[in-house]
Design a protein around this ligand. Structure first.
Ligand code: ZN
Length: 285
């Protein structure tokens, strides 16, 4: 297992972590500058932030800083109308930014995210998701841009993602890419999968070809908000180092991407949050 205690070479910042400090949107290009100032070498931006900053301007700024991406957030939502066209645009943006993968949050029951679920057929939703990924995979293969399915915690099954375990995600990968050609894999976000009794076995099953991204944060006890109360690494109950050990034993050698949606951390100065991420990455990841 790699030693993270001496430097933060393998730290990446998911830009949601510092997206709106003190109640104000922190513009992506300013986040990029701040990450560079802190010696952070990689990030994973969100599409809305890139749209605001401009795709070409973002690509230029990344290049100017020598900043790599650890992913691009995000595509998916296959049960929504217009998913197909929107995902093709996401793929093209990911290519333009030279992202290593497009992260997929696959969607749940149609209409549920807006509070008006159209039906109760989650198996049907999963079928639609499977077909949507299959179609997108053809376009992803043409662009040589891998798709990373991110299983979400079951509490999001209705409205955000009906793929909820690594096993489910890998079943889709194996069905669509039986030769393990590297076109599709998974994003392992510890917040979503830490509780899973099959986690270690499924990480081993995934192997190097399927492990495309590792997202870290912590699970607070008690958790007070379903979306915006993720913890800083070391503040909760996830055995982060143990799981990183499994992921690396399976062959993963990429970035550990800090992704924290938290009103608490959004209420602080962005530079302080980045400094804390670096310190915790060394000590707790
Ligand atoms: Zn994630």
């Amino acid at each position: 297992m790699r030693d993270f205690t001496a430097d933060h070479r393998w730290l990446s910042i998911n830009t949601a972590t510092v997206r709106r400090q003190h109640g104000r949107d922190w513009p992506l290009l300013e986040i990029l500058d701040a990450c560079a100032r802190h010696g952070i070498r990689a990030m994973s931006p969100w599409r809305d932030q890139v749209a605001q900053a401009g795709l070409a301007a973002t690509a230029r700024a990344l290049k100017a800083h020598g900043m790599e991406l650890s992913g691009y957030c995000r595509g998916g939502m296959f049960t929504s109308p217009n998913a197909r066209d929107d995902n093709l645009r996401a793929l093209d943006e990911a290519c333009e930014l030279q992202a290593p993968c497009l992260v997929l949050v696959v969607g749940g029951l149609p209409g549920a995210l807006a509070g008006r679920p159209e039906h109760k057929d989650i198996a049907g939703a999963r079928h639609v998701v499977h077909e949507g990924i299959a179609t997108l995979l053809e376009a992803a293969r043409e662009r040589r841009l891998p798709l990373a399915i991110e299983p979400l915690h079951p509490m999001y099954a209705a409205d955000r993602a009906c793929i909820n375990t690594l096993e489910q995600a890998l079943d889709v990968c194996d069905a669509l890419d039986p030769g393990r050609a590297g076109a599709i894999g998974v994003a392992v976000d510890l917040y979503h999968v830490w509780w899973d009794p099959k986690l270690q076995a499924q990480i081993e099953r995934a192997g190097r070809e399927r492990l495309l991204a590792l997202h870290v944060c912590d699970w607070l006890v008690p958790t007070t908000d379903l979306l915006e109360d993720r913890g800083m690494m070391g503040d909760g109950v996830i055995d982060i180092q143990r799981v990183r050990g499994w992921v690396e034993a399976a062959g993963f050698a990429g970035y550990s991407e800090v992704e924290i949606f938290s009103r608490r951390w959004w209420s602080m100065a962005g530079d302080d949050v980045l400094a804390t991420c670096i310190e915790r990455h060394r000590r707790c990841v």
